[in-house]
Design a protein around this ligand. Structure first.
Ligand code: NAD
Ligand code: UDP
Length: 344
């Protein structure tokens, strides 16, 4: 570990992952020094090598686990970290149902370990990756931050519990500065096509699945239900470009200069159906996307999109990139990297 002392060093946990790598890039480009802590359980060091290539600056990379208290203490001793952006966590809903303890251990215990180390080091500024899943099946859309919270699976429960822990910390230690960001559906990639989402095995999420059908790796998409109460019967979501999301994190860091406890939805405010996504991706890529309608997926909700007003007012931020750019950038990444970060 090299020693550095600067007032603008940000610790990014999970910084090698999909959203973390794009945010690390923007932080470097904005002039922050970045320390990434990642155990690479769901990512590859190659992502950060490419981030450094695009930024022409390197983050400090520490391979390790947020549950390793000694490592965290060493890290906070060796770097003058002023804020933490906390992405590290497991995120597969289905896996969380099968292995709930693994999720509580990694996500909740991991976050407690991180928060304890921050307390010991007197670092009291954190931006946390929450999710729209904390709203469960909302009674109406668009979703506002004051809607009731409810977890419908262990993954969602970990996000909800961590949010509660952060709110409790703030109640007892009001000098903490905490931003809770509830992401809607991240998609797309950096426009260089050098970094993007690299799911292990067959993707669970819609856009990476469609991209792999378009590139010929998968034969057809299953559309999970066409009898929802939406404009064409398929499920509606709020797809947000990963670069807009990354910018939201820099906006949150900025907002924490003056605000203490922020809770914001990060989405576009526009809902698109599965068929909208299939059609746009097909147009942008020039490839057919064969699909068939299958049964609804257990636990899926009909519609989910945000009311973006609070984020706009609080963070002075809004998602500017549209569906065509999301699909176009995702397609460029997929075409240039058919095997993700796996080096041939
Ligand atoms: P990702 O899996 O690509 O990135 C997470 C990173 O955390 C990975 O690099 C992984 O190796 C690392 N990690 C996991 N456990 C760790 C541990 N114990 N110690 C150190 N590193 C660890 O996921 P992502 O899509 O970039 O998501 C980032 C965060 O945003 C996650 O917390 C996720 O739950 C949340 N989120 C994601 C989405 C989404 O759809 N992608 C939506 C809402 C919220
Ligand atoms: N979906 C689908 N086929 C797939 C994957 C997803 O029809 O192979 C649908 C899913 O039912 C939902 C939307 O696409 O309506 C987004 O699903 P995703 O898993 O990407 O995100 P989430 O369910 O977390 O919102």
């Amino acid at each position: 570990m090299k020693f550095k002392s600067t007032i603008s060093t940000v610790l990014v946990t999970g910084g090698a992952g999909y959203i973390g790598s794009h945010t690390t890039l923007l932080l470097l480009q904005a002039g922050y020094d970045v320390v990434v802590l990642d155990n690479f359980v769901n990512s590859k060091p190659e992502a950060l090598r490419r981030v450094a290539e695009i930024a022409a600056r390197e983050p400090e990379i520490i391979k390790g686990d947020i549950r390793d208290s000694d490592l965290l203490d060493q890290l906070f001793r060796n770097f003058s970290i002023f804020a933490v952006i906390h992405f590290a966590g497991l995120k597969a809903v289905g896996e969380s149902v099968t292995n709930p303890l693994t999720y509580y251990e990694n996500n909740v215990c991991g976050t407690v370990s991180l928060l304890q180390a921050m307390t010991r080091a007197n670092v009291t500024r954190i931006v946390f990756s929450s999710s729209a899943t904390v709203y469960g099946d909302p009674a109406s859309v668009p979703i506002r931050e004051d809607f009731p919270l409810k977890a419908t699976n262990p993954y969602g429960a970990t996000k909800l519990y961590i949010e509660e822990i952060l709110r409790d910390i703030y109640r007892s230690e009001p000098h903490w500065r905490i931003a809770i960001l509830r992401y809607f559906n991240p998609a797309g990639a950096h426009d260089s096509g050098m970094i993007g989402e690299d799911p292990c095995g067959v993707p669970n999420n819609l856009i990476p699945y469609i991209a792999q059908v378009a590139v010929g790796k998968l034969s057809e998409l299953s559309i999970f239900g066409s009898d929802y109460d939406t404009h064409d019967g398929t499920g509606v979501r709020d797809y947000i470009h990963v670069m807009d999301l990354a910018e939201g994190h820099l906006a949150a860091l900025n907002a924490l200069e003056t605000l203490s406890l922020i809770t914001c939805n990060l989405g576009t405010g526009i809902g698109y159906s599965v068929l909208d996504m299939v059609n746009t991706f097909s147009e942008v890529s020039g490839k057919p996307i064969p699909y068939r309608i299958s049964n609804r997926r257990l636990g899926d909700i009909s519609q989910c999109y945000t009311d973006p007003t609070h984020a706009r007012n609080t963070l002075n931020w809004k998602a500017g990139r549209g569906l065509t750019q999301i699909c176009g950038d995702h397609w460029r990444w997929q075409l240039k990297n058919p095997n993700g970060y796996k080096l041939e």
